[in-house]
Design a protein around this ligand. Structure first.
Ligand code: ATP
Length: 406
């Protein structure tokens, strides 16, 4: 910010009566030029004084606002439970106290029961809060009843059996484990390439056991919720116990449970804290009741062995890319709703899609459907699948290469 400098000296004119007229004219002209210079200087100073005044006014406004904020008391978070003619019933978070309170007519118009609101000391509703401000809701995907069935998963019969035994049985038949005197596994770890059905497996178990499916992605914890990882892991388990029975699904667990490296950056320390929280939640797990954990990773080689100790993820289930039979079944699943022409031969397609993941087979079916739509047909033909296959392999060839401009 510029400070105003001292004012220029006022120009003086001393005309010597002895001077000739020309000399006097010359002196007057010089005086006039001096006056113009001083006036320019003053205008410049006026400009910067005005700038400074604007800055100071802004500063005063800001300080006044800060002062107001500091003077105003904090608000409490509550949920508007019921909107009645007598007022609004709100339940304060933390102590669950229910109060009948008032709200301004304008706010009342926008208020719906279940909204998060901020209330003051007298419980009057001050604002309606955006549900998105809840980090918990952003970091976790919660599905009270996922709609995936075991039948929707192709080619993973052995894996389905293992998951049912390790996750489903302890949830629906806890007594059996107690009778035999063994601890059911706390969690299972699914590992394998991307898009092979790991998330589907976890959703299917939750569906089968009428459990709430709660998903958290390890990579997001590390990338989006910096500094909050450990707290969110604690919240995750707390939420699961509120929603029992529940299946917790931690995707990309390698992001928080990778082998310790030698580097000592603060990012690593944060990841370490998140992982320690996860381990301690898993260790204190027995008292938790009907909660099971399924984690998934594409990078099994990177995992810290601490996470694989008995009582933690002691069941490791490999979920590989589908074999020929698996590919045929997955293609059948994803074309079930399609109107297929007689020439579509799944066996040939299963042979031609060696190395494809379940997700790639699903998008192959969608692509084939797109070719039929482009041709204004509702029946999907073998030629559409062949075109889709060609497109997918071309996409793969160009993946990672610079785009060429004609
Ligand atoms: P990632 O490791 O990338 O998280 P993932 O193994 O969890 O992947 P899913 O999210 O379960 O894979 O699968 C993605 C989509 O691919 C599914 O929604 C489904 O359409 C299809 N898919 C993958 N595997 C199978 C399968 N075995 N049977 C049927 N569909 C599958």
């Amino acid at each position: 910010m510029s400070r105003s400098s001292s004012l220029p000296e006022r120009p003086r004119l001393d005309l010597d009566p002895e001077m000739s007229q020309d000399e006097q004219l010359e002196a007057l002209q010089e005086h006039y030029r001096e006056l113009v210079r001083v006036q320019n200087k003053l205008e410049e100073q006026l400009g910067s004084a005005e700038e400074r005044r604007t800055d100071l006014t802004e500063q005063v406004d800001r300080l006044e606002r800060e002062n107001d904020t500091l003077k105003s008391s904090s608000l409490y978070v509550a949920t508007a439970e019921e909107i009645t003619d007598d007022g609004i019933v709100v339940k304060q978070h933390g102590n669950n106290q229910e109060v009948l309170t008032e709200v301004s007519p304008t706010l009342r118009e926008d208020l719906e029961s279940g909204d998060r609101v901020a209330i003051n000391d007298s419980f009057a509703i001050q604002t309606i809060l955006d549900p998105e401000t809840d980090a918990r809701a952003q970091a976790m995907e919660i599905d009270a009843s996922p709609d995936v069935d075991y039948d929707d998963i192709g080619g993973l019969e052995d894996q389905i059996l293992e998951v049912r035994e390790a996750v489903e049985e302890p949830l629906v038949n806890a007594q059996q484990f107690e009778d035999v005197g063994i601890e059911p596994p706390s969690g299972v770890l699914l590992h394998g390439p991307p898009g092979t059905g790991k998330t589907m497996l976890a959703k299917a178990v939750a569906n089968q056991t009428d459990a709430t499916f709660i998903k958290m992605a390890g990579s997001e914890l590390v990338r989006k919720f910096i500094g909050e990882g450990a707290r969110l892991v604690r919240d995750l388990f707390e939420l699961a116990s509120e929603r029992e029975p529940a299946v917790i699904f931690i995707d990309e667990i390698d992001a928080i449970a990778a082998k310790r490296t030698d580097s000592k950056t603060s990012g690593d320390a944060e990841v370490q804290r998140t992982m320690m929280q996860l381990l301690s939640e898993m260790d204190g797990f027995e008292e938790r009741g009907e909660i099971r954990i399924i984690a998934a990773t594409n990078r099994f080689d990177m995992l810290d062995r601490a996470i694989l100790r008995p009582g933690r993820f002691d069941r490791l289930i490999e979920v590989p890319n589908p074999d020929w039979d698996g590919r045929e079944r997955i293609l059948e699943i994803h074309t079930e709703e399609m109107d297929l022409a007689d020439d579509v031969d799944m066996a040939t397609l299963a042979t031609e899609t060696e190395g494809f993941s379940g997700a790639e087979l699903a998008s192959l079916a969608t692509e084939a459907g797109m070719f039929a739509i482009r041709d204004q047909r509702t029946t999907v033909e073998m030629a559409d699948f062949e075109s889709a296959l060609q497109k997918v392999s071309e996409d793969e060839d160009t993946a990672g290469q610079p785009i060429a401009f004609a």
